[in-house]
Design a protein around this ligand. Structure first.
Ligand SMILES: [Zn+2]
Ligand SMILES: [Zn+2]
Length: 182
């Protein structure tokens, strides 16, 4: 996902807008494979602010997830704004050791990315935005009943004949015994 900035590169204060839909590759997130159900829609404005380029954008994406309880596939919609500062990649010079200087805190909590040449690659800022937005524990529905712990039946689809209630009752009895002993 590269943006051509050559025409605003030497004009501080100038900005340029881009809008596009792009196929986005699947990626791994917390051990889960995240796939996109449709091309990712992006609207981005890049402004030359002398110290770098301010990138302000909006993303709309639909990702395919797996329900954390019943493992059914579900889709999760993302609609989010993002902002980042792109600064020219530092040429590697002979002054090794100077690189450790932290240049953060320059801008109020702006995430800083680097670019070189006449293009800004927004792949990283887009991935960062997506991973912040998607839920850690997606559910196909709020009250998903999950899978039976005994036979694995998806309890949203049908009841199984496993006696999980008896286990619950025995646990309750155990708890009673323990609380009586106190
Ligand atoms: Zn579910
Ligand atoms: Zn069962």
């Amino acid at each position: 996902m590269k943006l051509d900035i050559h025409d605003i590169k030497n004009s501080p204060g100038e900005s340029k807008s881009y809008g596009f839909d792009e196929e986005y590759p699947k990626f791994a997130f917390m051990g889960e494979e995240i796939r996109f159900a449709e091309p990712v829609h992006l609207a981005v404005t890049v402004t030359n602010i002398e110290v770098g380029f301010l990138v302000q954008g909006f993303i709309h994406a639909v990702v395919k997830r797996v329900c954390a309880r019943c493992t059914e596939t579900l889709t999760d919609e993302i609609n989010s704004d993002f902002t980042g500062l792109f600064q020219q990649e530092k040429e590697s010079t002979s002054h090794a050791g100077e690189e450790d200087e932290e240049s953060e805190d320059e801008d109020e909590n702006l995430e800083v990315y680097s670019y070189h040449g006449n293009t800004i690659d927004i792949t990283d800022i887009v991935s960062d935005t997506i991973t912040v937005e998607i839920s850690m524990k997606p559910l196909c529905r709020e009250d998903c009943r999950g899978l039976c712990p005994v036979c694995g039946q998806n309890l949203n689809e049908k009841e199984c004949s496993c006696d999980t209630e008896e286990i619950d009752e025995r646990l309750a009895d155990l708890k009673k015994i323990f609380s009586e002993k106190e």
